[in-house]
Design a protein around this ligand. Sequence first.
Ligand SMILES: NC(=O)c1ccc[n+]([C@@H]2O[C@H](COP(=O)([O-])OP(=O)(O)OC[C@H]3O[C@@H](n4cnc5c(N)ncnc54)[C@H](O)[C@@H]3O)[C@@H](O)[C@H]2O)c1
Length: 332
Amino acid sequence: MEKTKVAMIGCGGRNKVHLDKLTAIPEVEFVGFCDVVPEKAEAFRAVAGEGRVFSNHTDLLNSVDPDVVYIAVPPHQHGAIEFAVIEKGCHFMVEKPMALEYETAEKIWNAAKAKNLITGVGFQDRYQDLTIRMKEYLKDRKVGLVQAAWMGGIPGVAWWRTQATCGGQIVEQNIHLYDQLRYLFGEVKTVYCRAEKGIVEPDSAEYNVPGYDLEDYSSAVLTFENGVIANVFTSCYHRPGSVTDSGMTVYAKNATLRYKLRNSLDITDETGTYETMHRGEEQTGIMDRTFIAAIRSGDTSGILSDYGDALKSLKLVLACNRSIETGKPVEL
Ligand SMILES: NC(=O)c1ccc[n+]([C@@H]2O[C@H](COP(=O)([O-])OP(=O)(O)OC[C@H]3O[C@@H](n4cnc5c(N)ncnc54)[C@H](O)[C@@H]3O)[C@@H](O)[C@H]2O)c1
């Protein structure tokens, strides 16, 4: 059987992870790499040992014929890239957040659907063994309260510092936990979110993030259709190592699940049983293998986050931003 031809648009941190995972799949052949900084695309080509290098997506799509395109560009760069990929008829895996405006993402999804393309969005945590265990354990348990948190520092890339280029920390980063909450508990009815700034001093030697204009921290209350209420913290003012509480605690009826982000899961229940589990294989590799297998077989049942489903997570985090702006709860 022929190899699956892969091209990449955006040759930065995230697609490097995909590149490393995909090079381990013998059925994958790389045909092209594109980055507005061509040296970055060249560095990817050197790792892959094959593929052509381009400095814009139009040249890439006019010159090579990928079966699938991996798109990992800064959040404000989505739109034209996806429409060109869809026009060419390529399946695609795109990183979250898929756009900063819901309408753009919705149009992309409609265009991809109209061409029957296979899509994936990089919600890696759905493929994680810890998430699978949580979902299975909670299948027959009622859940009332959930506390979730993504707390850390400010990533090094310049586009992360401004609302206009990243959408804020909830949209850019904590969308992972918001998506995981949807995966575990279903759809959200209402969200109310408050946020503040004032801890991060952008020009101080300590932070040194000139131009930073994001909220430093927020707290959201989510009410799910099934009655679950979740409180979700998001913060980026911490020094490395000074906060270790990212993850979630699920208070089910007579059981508590403590999930440490991408690390471990502890479960205690009414019988006194105590179960602890450490993450096995890193989940991006599982996601990428699953996606390539779906492209090759045409069976998409293994894809746990396609563009259409991911759209609902995007809507949720954008609703948080709207709630912050208006000071009011938002109905979804
Ligand atoms: N799923 C995950 O766990 C995960 C992890 C990290 C990042 N991400 C997401 O991946 C995306 C990219 O993040 P990153 O860390 O790779 O950023 P990055 O800045 O390291 O890489 C982005 C690359 O895109 C290039 N680029 C910018 N505009 C372009 C365009 N129009 N055409 C082609 N190339 C362009 C940049 O030059 C850069 O090399 C973000 O949306 C981020 O949220 C997802």
